[in-house]
Design a binder for this molecule. Structure first.
Ligand SMILES: NC(=O)c1ccc[n+]([C@@H]2O[C@H](COP(=O)([O-])OP(=O)(O)OC[C@H]3O[C@@H](n4cnc5c(N)ncnc54)[C@H](O)[C@@H]3O)[C@@H](O)[C@H]2O)c1
Length: 448
């Protein structure tokens, strides 16, 4: 019995010593791992800093972080370490802000710009300059060496269309709605601000009328005040569903004043009337361009126009939808040709309206096939849908006036222009679907 008790006590003491040893071992390993984590965290922060290429990291800050790293190895409490880490993070954030400011000051690379002396250089205002046509016009004016002011409310335009000029000394961007008066100095005004595609201008018809009437009054008033020449971007829509073919400038048009397109068609007709009223009464120097369907890179991918719709459908192997019987005709002008025409008109002494467009005419059905054949491997089929209200049946400009007075005619072939546009849409599609994982759907409401 006594032997048994002694043996039991021995076992108990042995177990106690063993547990004590295990406890000591655990305490030591915990403390080491705490230090190890601190080292690791700080090393991570440092690594992060170097990864972002902070090569202008101030020496003091760098030393401080190093100091903290050394100190941390001597610390015993995790609270202090946490506090220092938080401080380090704050400092890193402050430095990141400073770096962002410095990067913003670094000179950007711009497209090549000609130098113009003060006598040739003009201050040019482009309303709607962040839109499809406006942004191409801005590019040319900038490259010619002029000072350009873009005014846009970004309803359909995008900063991305002109962002390559941000920060250039000749470029200025004003976020402004032209329905409100604008006070700037300018020698010339290209007045392009207005939604142009049917889904956009039908979205808010009252606003479309206001932009084309009040907005145009504001721009004509500005032109009068500063003595600037002003070019009004009118449209072939002033001819409505034409009874004369092809359409010369002398044709007065055939427009339904209460139809779904009236907000735009009649808005532009009033804009023309306003231009010639200001010219007669206030001696404003006006030019009026009647622009026919235009296409090219920077068109809105979902603006519901024939070219953008057909290309987007063909690129995604979706059914190409033709509204009506497909026998209605259109003539499409490549955007660089249009911009040349606008520049030519602004520079000319011709003051009556001028048609600017490409007279090569195709049926909508033919367009669908041309685009399908230009997209390699396209498996889309062409289908017809219900006709659209007030869809013009024939559209082709008579460009005799532009040829005679501006010595202008389009140069870019349909194949070449479409190829450049398809390449652009391909890139847009890959960019957008990549981010949104979405498929573009048919936004079409007619064959503008
Ligand atoms: N593209 C064509 O086929 C075509 C045909 C005929 C006429 N036009 C005329 O040419 C001009 C430009 O057309 P686009 O195709 O570049 O269209 P777009 O929609 O790409 O560009 C129009 C620009 O005007 C801006 N805008 C609209 N309302 C405004 C407002 N109230 N204040 C300030 N900015 C405003 C938009 O944000 C956009 O940047 C328009 O006046 C249009 O009527 C174009």
């Amino acid at each position: 019995m006594l032997r048994q008790t002694l043996k039991f006590r021995k076992t108990i003491s042995f177990l106690c010593v063993l547990s004590l040893l295990i406890l000591i071992y655990l305490i030591i390993t915990k403390s080491n791992s705490e230090h190890g984590r601190t080292h690791y965290k700080i090393a991570e922060e440092k690594r992060d800093i170097t990864f972002r290429g902070f090569n202008i990291f101030p020496k003091d800050e760098y030393n401080n972080i190093n100091k903290m790293n050394l100190q941390s190895s001597n610390e015993v409490t995790s609270d202090d370490t946490k506090h220092e880490l938080a401080e380090a993070k704050n400092r890193i954030q402050e430095l990141e802000k400073k770096i962002a400011i410095l990067e913003g000051r670094m000179p950007q690379k711009y497209p090549e710009v000609k130098f113009l002396g003060y006598k040739e250089r003009r201050r040019i205002l482009v309303t709607g300059g962040a839109g499809f046509v406006g942004s191409h016009l801005v590019d040319i004016l900038m490259m010619k060496g002029h000072e350009v002011i873009v005014v846009d409310n970004f309803f359909t335009g995008r900063k991305r269309n002109v962002e390559h000029w941000f920060g250039h000394r000749n470029f200025e961007m004003i976020h402004h709605d032209i329905v409100n008066p604008l006070y700037v100095e300018a020698d010339e005004i290209y007045h392009l601000a207005s939604p142009a595609s049917p889904p956009h201008y039908m979205q808010n018809p009252v606003k479309t009328i206001k932009t084309n009437t009040l907005g145009t009054i504001n721009m004509l008033g500005l032109a009068r005040r500063v003595g600037a020449r002003i070019l009004i971007a009118s449209t072939s829509e002033v001819y409505g569903d034409p009874l004369v073919h092809p359409q010369p400038e002398s044709y007065w048009g055939h427009v339904n004043p209460i139809g779904p397109r009236a907000c735009y068609d009649e808005g532009k007709r009033v804009a023309e009337t306003l231009a010639y009223s200001y010219a007669k009464q206030e001696k404003v120097d006006v030019r009026v361009a009647r622009i026919f369907n235009t296409y090219g890179p920077r068109m809105h991918v979902s603006d519901g126009r024939v070219v953008s719709n057909f290309i987007m459908q063909a690129l995604q192997n979706l059914t190409i939808t033709v509204y009506g019987n497909g026998k209605q005709t259109r003539s499409f002008c490549y955007v660089s040709d249009l911009v040349d025409g606008l520049l030519g008109l602004m520079a000319s002494s011709y003051t009556l309206p001028v048609n600017i467009g490409n007279p090569v005419e195709h049926t909508i059905e033919e367009f669908a096939m041309i685009i399908k054949n230009l997209v390699p491997g396209c498996r889309s089929t062409v289908a017809t849908g219900a006709a659209v209200e007030d869809d013009p049946q024939r559209r082709r400009p008579d460009i005799a006036v532009a040829e005679a007075h501006l010595h202008w005619k389009p140069k870019v072939s349909l194949q070449e222009g479409l190829q450049r546009t398809i390449d652009y849409f391909k890139e847009e599609l890959s960019r957008t679907t990549l981010y949104n994982n979405q498929t573009y759907v048919d936004m079409k409401v007619n064959h503008h």
